[in-house]
Design a protein around this ligand. Sequence first.
Ligand code: NAD
Length: 339
Amino acid sequence: MSKTYNIAVLKGDGIGPEVTDAAVKVLQATQDAAGIKLNFLYGEAGYHCIAKYGTNMPKETIAMLKKTDACLKGPMTTPEEPGAPVSAAVQIRKTFNLYANVRPCRTYPNVEALKHDIDLVVVRENTEGMYSGVEYEVSPGVGVAMRIITREASLRVAEYAFKLAEKRRKHLTYVHKGNILRLTDGIFKDAVKATAQRHPNVTVDDIHIDAAAMHLIKKPETFDVIVTTNLFGDVLSDEAAQVTGSLGLAAGANIGGTYGMFEPVHGSAPKYTGMNRVNPTATILAAQMMLDYLGEKEAAGKIEEAVLAVLREGKVRTADLGGSSTTSEMTDAIVTKIR
Ligand code: NAD
């Protein structure tokens, strides 16, 4: 009997529906090839919900997510006015305590990258730091944002990163700004050092965020697993995605103790909405990470192989990869390689 999984699908805003539909199409082909059953449950979330529900994350959607094994989430447009609803992704991360944001970046065949042998993963603390959402205007024109760093959350994300490094090249770099943010990054640094004691087979080094941003351009191939706090991780992973070719290929997992949410690293790119132009691969690779999280390694491998086969052939390429293929052509090319 094939195993059945309930998968929540949130299509999101802008290009979200196009890239999410593409990933579902690939998942449908994969379930047949891999002998698993995926039950897709669609929910509403994102900017387009605000007018209808007064929120970007309706409580019905949260209730639906709780009935599923994992969530595939399209990018969502985030309102920027003070007092507007907090980012839907941030709400899901906090509700389900998805403490590790895992963003792999590697060089792909036929994709222009700074170096040919980059293979790194950014593990970003996902629940606190600069994204605590606590901001005050202390007097007119003077604002304060709370950068909350706890030992508990730092230990948790460090443990995840060390375990990941053990499965890879056993090298972990922790990124901080401890020379300026002495107290908060002091807590983070101490937590990583304490975790390192339990993983003596992992080589550990550390680097300041500004130097890390530079080294990611200069010698990206020297990184294996990078662990860092929330904002630094967000910025570094976008940078790493571009260093390895395109934001259109970068996927991310949000992992907690009992739930996982999977999404492209990119946003809703509103100017490309409905143009059938953007690269669906980031969301397709997010679906691959989801199957991997669910323990379906063989099924996940089929998606990775199909993506690599299409890139290797180099015939079907979206604009971000220097080609002129559409979103649907790229999706169909990947679907035909699932076997
Ligand atoms: P963006 O990632 O949406 O777009 C930046 C540029 O990257 C685009 O103009 C495009 O050139 C390129 N790009 C993005 N996705 C691509 C794809 N699949 N294929 C090819 N090229 C692609 O970033 P932004 O413009 O800063 O943000 C737009 C909205 O998305 C904002 O409201 C932001 O808050 C939101 N956002 C949401 C998430 C999320 O839901 N997790 C993440 C980042 C940004």
